[in-house]
Design a protein around this ligand. Structure first.
Ligand code: S3P
Length: 432
């Protein structure tokens, strides 16, 4: 089984180009495929999750050329997809399944979505329920993969109150709404990442956002465009934490996406006392970017404001490492969504922190972590094949006196294929 051995590293420096944003890369492929004509993408993330999305549309007859981070999509229009010859395998990617299901329910062909062992355990009822309300026909056992979709259904718009703060569910309904008769409106319990709304506007689709409600009118036509994908703040987060906990550090991460629905990591680390500054703010293709500079700091434990949870939902494994290196207690509540990510991230992190000698207590919807010294591990840390658990424990080596061994790290390729290379360029010593 693959593993990382992350050796102690105390001094980090450099200017690190973080790869493209995963959420934006997925959406660029999807909307590009549904547009009428050619869309060109640069800065595309070459991670397995987005490659699953790319292959799914290629399997539905969309010509897509990829050359490293440059992608050209020959869009077929919203009704131009072809029946795939076999079930579409979306690997480890929850975003692919949830968003693509919103498109497939409106096609005139049948389809089936499958995934790997982790994805097959994740809840899909959250998309089946609203899509069925719109008139979709989906069968699954227990709300899990495989999803069998019967095509040829006419969709009606809905007015839907999201029960969970989920950008994936919101985006799924918005995509189905493109095909529906009437005006689809979604109200979120709290703001979540709004890349779908922004990008739909970039493709010429009117999307109205007001307070926590988002509406669009169906029977759409998307106009192709050019998309420059900014660096992914969720990948940048590992270096923000590494630099914050290291003995000495001065790291700059250029042109990172700072969409306000994604910047919870910056706010949480700043509340903990991190030294983070943003310069060169600009806008590219409807998304905000900035250079982020992080220096070493003395972190203190905090009560993480619940309003920040959806805005940092993927960053908690890294934030828990920051909490482990902070003075005092950090308390997270209102985050039970973490239990249904690529792994149960509350339990997986709690177990790993325990191995490193960090006291913590698991709550139904969060965790309490008491900062301390990271000790020599008495056992190997189990990542549960979750990319973000692997990278979180790898950057803990910026504070640990002993090597940290992490098992089952292959899935780091799903979101951050050159993580080890960049980490080592910054001064970390990660073998694997
Ligand atoms: C994503 C939304 C989030 C996030 C996931 C990517 C997206 O999931 O965890 O990694 O691209 O829409 P939820 O919206 O289900 O919280």
């Amino acid at each position: 089984m693959s593993k990382f051995i992350a050796k102690p590293a105390f001094s980090l420096a450099g200017n690190l180009q973080i790869p493209g944003d995963k959420s934006i890369s997925h959406r660029a492929i999807m909307l590009g495929a549904l547009a009428d004509g050619i869309t060109k993408i640069s800065g595309f993330l070459q991670g397995e999750d987005v490659l699953s999305t790319l292959k799914a549309f290629a399997a539905m007859g969309v010509k897509i050329e990829q050359n490293a981070d440059k992608v050209t999509i020959y869009g077929v229009g919203i009704f131009g997809l072809k029946r795939p010859e076999k079930p579409i395998d979306l690997g480890n990617s929850g975003t692919s399944v949830r968003l693509i299901s919103g498109i497939l329910v409106a096609q005139d062909f049948d389809s089936e979505l499958i995934g790997d062992a982790s994805l097959s355990k994740r809840p899909m009822g959250r998309v089946i329920e609203p899509l069925s309300k719109m008139g979709a026909l989906i069968s699954s056992s227990n709300g899990k993969l495989p999803l069998k979709i019967t095509g040829g259904q006419a969709l009606n718009a809905i007015d839907y109150q999201l029960p969970v703060a989920s950008a994936q569910v919101k985006s799924c309904i918005l995509l189905a709404g493109l095909y529906a008769r009437g005006r689809t409106c979604i109200t979120e319990p709290a703001p979540t990442r709004d890349h779908t709304e922004r990008m739909l506007r970039g493709f010429g689709q009117q999307v109205n956002s007001s307070g926590n409600s988002i509406c669009l009118t169906g029977k759409a036509k998307l106009t192709p465009t050019q998309i420059q994908v900014p660096a992914d703040i969720s990948s940048a987060a590992f270096f923000m934490v590494a630099a914050s906990i290291a003995k000495t550090a001065d790291i700059t991460l250029p042109a990172v996406n700072i969409n306000p629905t994604r910047t919870g990591i910056i706010e949480i680390l700043q509340l903990m006392g991190a030294k983070i500054s943003l310069t060169n703010q600009a806008e590219i293709g409807g998304e905000l970017i900035a250079d982020i500079r992080i220096c070493n700091s003395k972190l203190k434990g905090i009560n993480i404001p619940e309003a920040l949870v959806p805005l940092a939902i993927d960053e908690f494994p890294a934030i828990f490492i920051a909490a482990a290196c902070a003075t005092g207690e950090t308390i997270l509540t209102g985050a039970k969504e973490l239990r249904v990510k690529e792994s149960d991230r509350i339990q997986a992190m709690a177990d790993g922190l325990e191995i490193l000698g960090i006291k913590n207590s698991v709550l139904a919807d969060g965790i309490k972590i008491t900062g301390g010294e990271l000790q020599k591990p008495s056992a190997i840390i189990q990542s549960h094949a979750d990319h973000r658990i692997c990278m979180a424990f790898a950057v803990a080596s910026a504070r640990c006196q002993h090597p940290i061994e992490i098992a089952d790290v292959d899935n780091v390729k799903t979101s951050f294929p050159n993580f080890v290379e960049l980490a080592n360029a910054a001064g970390m010593v990660i073998e694997g």
